[in-house]
Ligand binder design. Structure first.
Ligand code: ZN
Ligand code: FE
Length: 239
């Protein structure tokens, strides 16, 4: 099983340190290097891979430092090879990648950006969604249509409900306030928000969430159609 350590970085981003079999290590979405170098040092680890879910600076700005410091190989969406400097490995949906004794499957999930991918480890039942899916929300549609994002959600929702989701930002509380305006009587959502409020009060991450929980609580994921999703995403932008 792959061990995941949550590393808060920048204002509200998360990077994730992965430790798999054979002592293999990776970092997901290093938007800066400082806190990650400290976390790796504390654990007396090295770094084999850097996985990027998409090309935005808050997910890749630490790439260069970390590859220089540890010789880590940079792996990112093949579609973003032209805009992620120094990419060593191009990830594609058709080609699972071996990491830490497991298969890492790639889901191509355009919508937030055209190249965005999610990283899925079926054996460990963990999914890294970057800015495609957040807990109780989703990324803005910078380079994609609502239809594309909705299609991307279908790929995610097809995974087992007990898959744990690690996303790119701690936006859960604000997202949830919006969801409550859409579904004020959703008992699962109310319960989740009580938990979220408590966690944030203690300055703890609200992640991981699970696919099952998001299906019950995330208004954007629950839209039911691309058309309704487009309406909700617009309302969320104006919220
Ligand atoms: Zn982004
Ligand atoms: Fe981001």
């Amino acid at each position: 099983m792959i061990n995941v350590t949550i590393i808060p970085i920048l204002e509200d981003n998360y990077a994730y340190l992965l430790e798999g079999a054979y002592g293999q290590t990776a970092i997901v979405d290093p938007g800066e290097s400082g806190p990650i170098i400290i976390a790796i040092g504390d654990r007396r680890l090295g770094l084999d891979y850097i996985f990027n879910t998409h090309h935005h600076g808050d997910h890749i700005a630490g790439n260069r430092d970390l590859s220089n410091a540890y010789g880590a190989k940079i792996a990112g969406p093949a579609a973003d090879a032209h805009r992620i400097a120094g990419m060593d490995i191009e990830l594609r949906e058709a080609t699972p990648f071996d990491f830490g004794g497991e298969k890492m499957k790639i889901l191509e999930t355009p919508g937030h950006t055209s190249g965005a991918i999610c990283l899925y480890f079926p054996e460990s039942k963990i999914l890294f969604t970057g800015d495609t899916l957040f807990s109780l929300g989703c990324g803005r549609l910078f380079e994609g249509t609502p239809e594309q994002m909705w299609e991307s959600f279908q790929k995610i929702m097809a995974l087992p409900d007990d898959t744990r989701i690690y996303c790119g930002h701690e936006y859960t509380q604000d997202n949830g306030k919006f969801c409550l305006t859409i579904e004020p009587d959703n008992a699962d959502l109310i319960l989740r928000m009580n938990e979220v409020d408590k966690l944030r009060e203690e300055n703890k991450p609200t992640l991981p969430t699970t696919i099952g929980l998001e299906k019950k609580t995330n208004a954007l994921l629950r839209a039911g159609s691309a058309e309704r999703f487009a309406q909700l995403r617009k309302l969320r932008n104006e919220f």
